[in-house]
Write a protein that binds this ligand. Structure first.
Ligand SMILES: [Zn+2]
Length: 276
């Protein structure tokens, strides 16, 4: 006599097979869960590594804080936004007063942020400008103002800059590098002196300049020079002209360039509103 009838045997076999499948499924589910977790963790970790590296490569202690004032010849602070009004081709003279005694390499970084025509292409998705495509940014104002000057404007957009020796008398623009600390925590501070209609001269002070890296000095100068040209702050936090510079890509955007063209065409609005 067999212990089991045929149907019972079949059922036993079925249970054995089924239990194996079930075990395999549990293992598979666990593995699947592990993969899912990894997929979640990998981009997170790599983004930390990526941004960490990025900031490290740029050696930038963000954010950098900036302020500016517009002062008329009577010494009153005004809120009127003005441009320069120079004859075409007039060269703006810039004098760097190196009271903090920063290195020649750092002085070059400051000069490049004004005098460079170099561009950089950045994915729009990184700067919240869209999901696809990329945009061109300028590393120095010389390239940016040349682009802005392609638009016909009422006033001449300054496109020529020259760095002069301090012994040659007062320059149009003075950049003072000081080791002093600003009591309000500003890294950069720009003052524009104006008559009723236009900017006559401007002065940038960079605080604790001896403690800033080459990249930081370039970034804060690039921002302050935007004020020197007449730009106010940007509403977009990722823009170079944001009051607190917190972007890892502090370069001159199309939005800054368009605002500059409008300002030199007589617009009284120099605040930057960046459209996405
Ligand atoms: Zn500013």
């Amino acid at each position: 006599m067999y212990g089991f009838s045929m149907p019972q045997l079949l059922e036993k076999k079925y249970r054995q097979v089924f239990s194996k499948i079930k075990t395999k499924n549990i293992i598979a589910q666990k593995t699947e869960r592990k993969i899912c977790l990894l997929l979640l963790v990998i981009p997170f970790v790599s983004s930390i590594v990526f941004f960490g590296q990025n900031v490290q490569n740029e050696s930038q202690n963000l954010p950098l804080k900036s302020a500016f004032v517009i002062q008329n010849l009577r010494g009153d602070i005004t809120n009127t936004w003005l441009s320069w009004d120079l004859v075409e081709g007039r060269v703006l003279q810039i004098q760097i007063v190196n009271d903090a005694y920063v290195s020649a390499e750092k002085i070059s970084a400051i000069k490049n942020s004004i005098d460079s025509t170099e561009t950089v292409e950045i994915d729009d998705s990184i700067l919240h400008k869209g999901l696809s495509g990329s945009s061109v940014y300028y590393k120095g104002w010389k390239g940016a103002v040349r682009k802005a000057a392609q638009t016909d404007t009422k006033y001449y957009i300054p496109t020529e800059f020259e760095f002069v020796d301090s012994k040659k008398g007062q320059a149009d623009i003075t950049i003072i590098l000081t080791s002093l600390r600003n009591s309000d925590g500003y890294t950069g501070y720009t003052t524009a002196i104006t008559d009723e209609n236009h900017i006559l001269r401007a002065s940038i002070t960079i605080y604790e300049a001896d403690r800033l890296s080459e990249v930081e000095l370039g970034t804060i100068t690039r921002h302050e020079f935007g004020h020197v040209l007449g730009l106010a702050h940007s509403t977009a936090p990722e823009d170079l002209m944001a009051p607190i510079i917190q972007t890892a890509y502090p370069f001159i955007s199309d939005c800054d360039i368009d605002t500059l063209s409008a300002l030199y065409d007589g617009s009284k609005e120099s605040g930057i509103v960046c459209k996405k």
